[in-house]
Ligand binder design. Structure first.
Ligand code: FAD
Length: 394
């Protein structure tokens, strides 16, 4: 005989657990299913193990979606303040590492155990290592066939996230279910992901692996003032991760290596004030020494005294420092991406209840949807907010 629940949530990640505990407190009989052996694996690995669980500046302008208004209602109803209150109720200490970005002071494990504790208090059951082999309408509700038997549910919430980090259990399950029920799925792309470079630049970056500096990067509509980091395969760091959400193959990144400096003016002054000083010595005052040295080698000006630079050369160097055109070969892809851009189309989904139009027994929340945040805690805030909105309505 089939087991019966009011609500079955598929995916014991950030959005799924939040939805389950909310629905549980609303008096629903809730079951969470996940094929993984652990709940909240991405939470555990997030924020370098400290989970950047929200951003105090959360607003729709920090999200990408073909339907930019979709996220507004849920984000307004469940704010970063609400989540901070929950975290504090559980005695989890937190720190603001960068403006607005809140992290656990100790460990991301605390967030997962908080969510599981809340699920327990709310009476929501979490069942791991369960494969879903079939999902279909059944009367007014839904029927699931799973590796643990048949389950009937008044409603099913799909909270299976996006495609990034398949080794952590990411699958396209949410997209398959969306298509099965006639919903569209926008093109998906790895985002918040490091860039790889072609051979010459890859070698140059590798020789600087570990060096980081604050830059301004521009690509497409995106402009970010954040640190960049050289890696063995290319470039990363917050600036590059943010830029990856705007990048398309073939595009160049325009990087300002000295965002606080009027390079043309500074070089013109120094040519007169210290004409014997080498370009690399001057640059070493502003950039990490290894980068300043390497950059001068790339430009062929290592031994060049400032006084010997022609006006044309000053203009060229200024351009290379302020508008360095770096063309990535690609990105590291799903293996290391933090999120998926694109996903289940939101046009036929209610932004208040997250129910599919004409099929209230089926709902989608979290990263599975075509709503993707910038770096800095916005993606978790979306997971919490969409989970709560759906959990209250389901
Ligand atoms: P997930 O948290 O991905 O949960 C989906 C769940 O569904 C998983 O438990 C998975 O096992 C399960 N599942 C998938 N397919 C199936 C299936 N077929 N059957 C059953 N279960 C299935 N965001 C931030 O805001 N701050 C950060 O600091 C941050 N750091 C990150 C660091 C890394 C390395 C990564 C990869 C991501 C990071 N993110 C961060 C993004 C954030 O983790 C996600 O946006 C968020 O977890 C999405 O929540 P979700 O519940 O929609 O999906």
């Amino acid at each position: 005989m089939a087991q019966t629940y009011d609500v079955v949530v598929i995916g014991a990640g950030a959005a799924g657990l939040m939805c389950a505990l909310t629905a549980g407190y609303e008096g629903r009989r809730v079951l969470v299913l996940d094929h993984a052996n652990k709940a909240g694996k991405k939470i555990l690995m997030s924020g370098g193990g400290r989970c950047n669980f929200t951003n105090l500046a959360t607003g729709p302008e920090h999200f990408f979606s073909a339907n930019p208004h979709f996220c507004i209602s849920a984000l307004k109803r469940y704010t970063p303040g609400h989540f901070v209150e929950l975290v504090e109720r559980h005695g989890i200490e937190h720190v603001e590492k960068a403006p607005g970005q809140l992290f656990c002071a100790d460990s991301a494990k605390q967030v997962v155990s908080m969510l599981l504790t809340e699920c327990e208090w709310a009476g929501a059951e979490v069942r791991l290592k369960t494969r879903i082999t079939c999902l279909d309408r059944y009367g007014e509700g839904m029927r699931l066939e799973t590796s643990n038997g048949v389950i009937d549910a008044g409603a099913v919430v799909i909270a299976t996230g996006g495609l990034s980090i398949p080794t952590m259990g990411a699958t396209g399950f949410g997209y398959d279910i969306a298509r099965q029920f006639g919903l569209g799925v926008t093109e998906t792309r790895a985002a918040l992901v490091p860039f790889t470079l072609t051979s010459q630049w890859r070698e140059r970056a590798a020789s600087l692996a570990g060096v980081s500096c604050p830059v301004t990067v521009e690509v497409g509509e995106g402009r970010y003032r954040e640190p960049m980091l050289f890696t063995h395969r290319g470039v990363s760091g917050p600036a590059m991760l943010q830029a990856s959400s705007h990048w398309q193959p073939g595009m160049a990144l325009s990087i300002d290596l000295l965002p606080d400096i009027d390079v043309a003016g500074a070089l013109a002054n120094m040519r007169h004030e210290a004409p014997k000083r080498h370009v690399s010595t001057w640059l070493g005052e502003w950039l990490p020494r290894r980068l300043a040295q390497a950059w001068c080698e790339w430009q062929g000006v290592t031994e060049q005294p400032l006084g010997a630079l022609s006006n044309r050369e000053v203009a060229r160097l200024e351009g290379e420092l302020k508008r360095w055109q770096l063309k990535p070969a690609g990105t590291e892809g799903w293996r290391t991406a933090e999120v998926t851009l694109g996903g289940v189309e939101t046009q036929a989904i209610s932004s208040k209840t997250f129910a599919v139009e004409g099929l209230p027994a089926l709902r989608f929340i979290g990263e599975a949807l075509d709503v993707t945040g910038q770096l800095g805690g916005f993606n978790f805030q979306w997971a919490w907010a969409s989970g709560v909105a759906c959990g209250q309505a389901v």
